[in-house]
Structures are given as C-alpha cells and as structure tokens.
Design a protein around this ligand. Structure first.
Ligand code: BGC
Length: 733
C-alpha cells in the first residue's frame, strides 16, 4: 500500500501535523469504492448543515443528567427507544435514526427502563474466549443482534477487544482474552455475527482501556511498536476481518492524549494506516472538546455525560472560524452514512421474528464450551452416576448464577433471582454496582441431573456448617464467586468474604471436594492443592446452571481453554499494585505499560514465571495427543488425536517459541477440534505474518533467521520445537 500514500501524502501529513488543519487528512480518506460509499457521498451532498450536525452527536435516552427532567423527555422524538443511545435521522433523505444498545453479552435494559423487557444473556466474554470457537462467537452475537433488531435497535455497542492486561480489571469479563490473535479472531467473528442481522456493530474501547481505576484520567504510556504488536493488533485483526461499522474510542488517555481525541490513534493508525472507512464514536462521557473532531472523532455519543454537547454549537463555530474544514465535516457524516448503508440500516425491512429457545441454546453452548476444567485429580469428575450424597455449598448456589455489572448487564428471560446492591465508588457508577444473580440455580440443576442422589445445601456462611455437611456427604461441591463491575477494579486476586475459609473447612472435612468458580477474572485459590477438582465457569450466563451441572456430571465433556493466565499472585504481574488504586476518582495517573507487547503469558514466558494455570490450559474427560507439526512459517499443519475413550474437543495451539536464537512466545494459530474416541484429524493453520514480526517505525519487519514453532498443550507445556529459516521481510501494514 506504500504507493497509495505517496510523497504528496507524506508531505501533506507532515504539514498537517504542524498546523493541525483538516485538509491534509482528507487525503487519507479511502477512495469511495463501493455502493455504500457512493450512496453516502450523494446523500451527504444534499444535506443542510443542520442535518449534518444532527448526525454527529447523540444522547442517552435514559432519565439521567438533564433528561431526569420529564419536560425534556417529552420532547424526545417518537422513535426513541430508551437505552444506551439515540441519534436522530433525516427522514427526507431516507436516513433512519440510530438507536443504540449495549450488547456485548446480550441486549441490555439499563435501569430497567423498558419495563420487563428481557433478552438472552450470554456468558462472559472470557467464556466466549475460552471456547476458542469463532463460530460460537458468531452465533452468540447474531442471536443478540437479531433480538436487538426485533426491539428496534440498529447499532450494537459490543465487541470488547481490549486485551486483558491486568487480572484485576473490573471489565475483563466483557473482554475476550490476553492474546491479540485470539481476541482479534473471536472479536471479528462476533462483529460479523452481529452485522449479519442487519445492524452496525462497534468494536471497543480503542485503545488500552485496561483498567477501571480512574478510567477517565488513566494515561497509558506505551511505545508505538509495543502497542502495534498487542492491543492495536487485536483491534486490527478484528477490524479487517469483521468490518465493524463503528469503532468506539476509550475513556483513558494514550500517551498523554485522550483516546477519543487522539490524533495519532484515530487519524494515523485507524484511518490512514488501516484505511478504516467506518465512523469513530466516543464512549459515553469521553469527549472534552470540539477539537476532538479534527483529531479523528466522528461522533459524540452519550452527550449528556460530557460537560457540553461539543459536536453541535461549538463544532459549528469551528466550521465558521475555519478550524473545522467543510471537507472534514463531510467526511464525518459520510463515514456514518456509509456504515449505516453497508449494514442494511437504511434499507431495513421489518425485523425477522426471533427464536428465543434457539438463542437460549446458543447461550448454553457457549457456557458448555467456555467452562474450563482447571484441575481433576484422580478422576474426581465427572461425578459418579451412583453418587449417593452430595453437599452443595456456597453463597447463592440455591438461587442462581452470578453476572457482571455495568453497562453490559443483561436481564435474562427468567429474570434476576437476586439483586444485591453493592454500591461504593464515586459518582453515579456506584448505582450500577448491583450483584445480579441470573435465575437458574446450580443446586436445582444438580438435583435434576442426579435424581437418585441425596443433595444437601449449605449457604457457606460459617466454615463449621460447611464442614459438617461435607463430612456427612460423599462429595462436596463448593461454589465460590467474585463480583466484578464496570467502574471498579479489584485490589487483588482474592475471593471476597470468607469464601477461602469455607473451602478450607470443607476440604478439611471431606477431601473429595470440588470447587466451581463463578468469577470474571482469575483468582488466587490458596487451597488449590488440597481440593480434588476446580471448574472455572466464569459468569456462565442465563443457562449457566444447567451447563455447570452437565459438566460436573459428565453429560458435557469440558473443552474450554483458559483465554487468560491465572497468575496466582499479584507479585509477578507487570504492575504488582494498580497505579492510583484507592485515590479519588479522576486522579490523573500515568501508567507505563512496561510489559509492552508481552501481555499475559508472554510476560510470564519472558520472566520465567510459572503460573497457577497457564493460558491455553484446560482438561477434558478424555485425553488428546498432538504431533506431526510441519510448517514453512506461513502455514502449519499438525495432527490431533483423541487417545481416550470418550468423545471430546480440544484446541490445537501453535506457538512461536524462538526467533533468531532468542526465546519469545506468541500464539500463532489455534483451532478447536471435536473428536470421537480414537479419531484423529489433520489441522491446518495459516500464520499471520504480523505474529512473527516486529513493528519498527513505520511498518512490520520479519528479521531474517531461524523461527522455531511448537505445539502447545498450553502456553507452558510445549512440545518439541521445529525450526524454519526465514528471509527478511518488511511491509507497511
Ligand atoms: C461504556 C461503554 C458503553 C457505554 C454505553 C460506557 O460506560 O464504557 O462500553 O457502550 O457506556 O452504555
């Protein structure tokens, strides 16, 4: 692509960075080359400026901020659907309004604003990541999007691509993984699934929204090469494969500039280098000036959360005084229009009927494939079919399964069985911090799955009571949970309350103890060596209880693999303490991303850190072997076989393990494979060259030398490596 941005453009960019004018940037706008672009250009040319500006900002149709005032609410356009966002359309030109809903894990209903309106609630993003199954990510997002459409929404605020850089981040449950390939591929599949239902999907939060602590003032400092090889690569893969209509920029700052007003991130990386044609919308309350428009932001969303509606009167003044060019104004509008057209919003017919039973089935399959069997000593699981007595222990195991809090919180059709206000924090975000337990209790599901067993329950209030029940049962299953929510990080990896003591007492009373984790993050588990089995169920979604019971009883053979490392301690993290944790909200913290592009397992490999459970780890009730690796560095093949006696699924994982004699570790390919007992399958993978390369200055470089690859059972259990000599290769993007 070098030719496309020749000397003239390079010169223009140079000039632009000096004077920050808009004209130079227009040369970076890709040539209109399809029907949607042509339509957008034609329609935009017919618009009045009032119409143009009307598309550039939107509000949150929820009675908060100024809209707590009923008189203002009464003035809302008729087609407003209460939810996350609304941008008026231009009926005379056939432009529909944009009606946005949060949708990462299901269509949301913030503050119950649409009375009783429920929607399929999928498991956590980490569960989707753990499935390593892009088809399932597609199916989940398609189900959510078709429900959104049926409710009248046409813009989905989903696609959480941020890499898990910190296992204490309160929003990791909305994200997919710590690996750029996995997050990129799964994120792309989710975007494609959503958009296949005739809506626009975002990817978010661009970029480095890695923690919730002081999220509006958190300044992530990172080198360009490290950023390009990690979070940006995840976004790049998701965007090129998924073609999202919109990208949502993040709250935090990146290298000193707010992400939504970050000229380098938006204008240079996203729009110029990646030739992204859709629009960039702000996160809700992430805009602090009308100059964000010249820095690349196309739309101010959730405007009542900002100090001002910057993208109306102030931006009009910028147009009048020449600091916003007409060309840039047109560009902003066209980007919105082309994505609406390209995704069917403009020509949308009636929404197809939705099949809620089929969607429940998708939610269940994600839970089943996302549950990770972390430990299973002596074949403790699956539970014996003739087990006589089972102690079910733990808070709310008789009520439901936990879900994560914040803007992604869903209300499933069977509702919340319990809501516990947690509160805390500053500002309105504390009101969002409510533990919601989805109906469908693990206790009831286990009773159904084991009709002949006597099943007792203890709520896990007192260690003595848990121990007493465990002692008189054949097996004890302890459900432990950790609530996470948008707006909050956890201080460490511990389970809150006395849950560790409950597990300790239970296992002391009955060594045949199994622990089920319902968490949105890795946890430390000081008792891990004592218990027989550990199952990571994440937040398992509306069908979670049945999926957990099916895994415990063996109806489902677990196949999830960890999409994040379980470090066991915060001491080995790149930042043992969260910078600024505990300071007043909006305290400015500059956070050096000293791990660079070595996020998660790569950091551990670089420092020789052994984790509790590594990235890619997950057990099964059968056994697998993988061998026969062949690769030329561009593609690879290997054979996986089921050497056990049950059907099951594994994830073939291929890692780069050294370059030019230097150890590195990068996942370069993966594929989930289902195998009957004794069956084998040859798996082929193409290797994205960016995973072998470094970003250096203005492009990717694969240095000449030997590249060694190994099949990994997980990131820490690698098979024999084979080497390939590769020639130097450089390219721009
Ligand atoms: C979140 C976004 C969300 C938006 C709209 C923000 O608080 O960061 O992920 O899409 O709210 O609800």
């Amino acid at each position: 692509m070098r030719g496309r941005y020749g000397v003239a453009t390079a010169l223009a960019i140079g000039l632009a960075s000096m004077s920050m004018t808009i004209e130079a940037r227009e040369q970076n706008v890709p040539v209109n080359n399809n029907a949607a672009d042509d339509w957008a250009a034609q329609v935009e040319a017919q618009m009045t400026d009032d119409e143009r500006f009307s598309l550039l900002h939107g509000f949150m149709p929820i009675p908060i901020g100024p809209y707590a005032n009923p008189e203002l609410q009464a003035k809302w356009p008729k087609d407003v659907i209460p939810g996350a966002g609304y941008v008026a359309g231009v009926p005379r030109l056939g432009i529909p309004s944009q009606r946005a809903t949060d949708a990462s894990l299901g269509v949301t209903n913030p503050f119950g604003i649409r009375k009783g309106d429920s929607a399929t609630a999928l498991p956590a993003g980490l569960a989707i990541g753990a499935s390593f199954n892009p088809d399932l990510a597609f199916a989940g997002a398609q189900a959510v999007a078709s429900e959104a459409r049926a409710k009248g929404f046409n813009v989905l605020l989903g696609g959480g691509i941020n890499l898990v850089r910190d296992p204490r981040n309160g929003r990791n449950f909305e994200y997919i993984s710590e690996d750029p390939l996995l997050s990129g591929v799964m994120g792309a599949a989710a975007v494609r699934g959503a958009q296949s239902a005739g809506v626009v999907s975002t990817v978010k939060h661009f970029s480095l929204n890695s923690n919730e602590t002081n999220r509006h003032t958190w300044n992530a400092e990172i080198d360009e090469s490290a950023h390009r090889e990690s979070d940006l690569l995840a976004f790049q893969i998701a965007i090129e494969r998924g073609q999202p209509g919109s990208v949502m920029c993040a709250y935090n700052l990146v290298n000193g500039e707010k992400a939504c007003g970050n000229d380098h991130l938006i204008n240079t990386v996203l729009k110029k280098d990646w030739r992204y044609k859709g629009w960039v919308m702000s996160d809700w309350g992430a805009v602090s000036g009308s100059d964000f428009a010249v820095r690349g932001l196309d739309q101010q969303a959730g405007e009542q959360l900002d100090k001002q509606v910057w993208f109306d009167a102030p931006l009009r003044s910028n147009l009048a005084d020449g600091s916003l060019s007409r060309g840039r104004l047109s560009d902003m509008v066209r980007r919105i229009l082309r994505s609406m057209k390209a995704n069917g919003l403009v020509d949308a017919g009636p929404a197809p009927a939705v099949d809620m039973a089929a969607h429940a089935d998708v939610a269940r399959r994600i839970a089943e494939q996302g549950i990770v069997l972390l430990k299973n000593d002596g074949g403790a699981l699956p539970l014996a079919a003739n087990v006589a007595s089972v102690a079910v222990i733990g808070r709310n195991a008789h009520v439901g399964v936990l879900s994560g809090g914040g803007s992604s919180q869903g209300l499933p059709p069977r509702g919340w069985a319990a809501s516990v206000p947690v509160g805390g924090g500053e500002g309105s975000i504390g009101a969002w911090r409510v533990e919601r337990w989805f109906a469908g209790a693990p206790l009831a599901a286990l009773k159904e799955a084991l009709p002949k067993a006597s099943i007792g329950f203890d709520p896990g209030l007192y260690p003595q009571d848990a121990a007493a029940l465990a002692a008189r049962s054949d097996v004890a299953i302890v459900f432990v949970s950790k609530y996470e929510a948008e707006g909050f990080d956890s201080p460490d990896l511990s389970l809150p309350g006395n849950q560790d003591a409950i597990v300790e007492a239970t296992v002391a009373a009955n060594p045949n103890t199994i622990v089920v984790l319902e968490t949105g993050n890795p946890v430390a588990m000081p008792w891990r060596d004592k218990v027989k089995a550990i199952v990571a169920a994440w937040y398992p979604g509306q069908e979670g209880a049945a999926a957990i019971a099916d895994v415990l009883t063996g109806k489902v053979n677990p196949s999830g693999r960890l999409p994040v490392s379980f470090p066991g301690t915060t001491e080995t993290l790149p930042r043992p303490a969260i910078p600024g944790y505990g300071t007043a909200e909006h305290t400015r913290v500059t956070v050096r991303m000293n791990e660079g592009s070595d996020v998660g397992y790569r950091w551990n490999a670089r420092h020789g850190i052994k984790t509790l459970f590594p990235f890619g780890h997950g057990l099964s009730y059968t056994r697998f072997a993988a061998d026969g690796l062949r690769t030329d560095g561009a593609a690879a093949s290997l054979t996986v076989r089921n050497t056990g006696h049950r059907a099951g699924a594994t994830v073939a994982q291929l890692y780069l393990v050294s370059r030019g004699g230097k150890s590195v570790q990068r996942l370069v390919g993966f594929q989930r494979v289902e195998l009957e007992p004794r069956a084998e399958k040859k798996v082929t993978m193409t290797i994205d060259p960016r995973l072998l390369a470094d970003w250096s200055g203005d492009g990717w470089t694969i240095p000449a030398g030997e590249y060694r690859f190994a099949i990994g059972e997980n990131a820490e259990r690698l098979g024999p490596a084979i080497g390939v000599m590769m020639k130097e290769r450089r390219w721009r993007d």
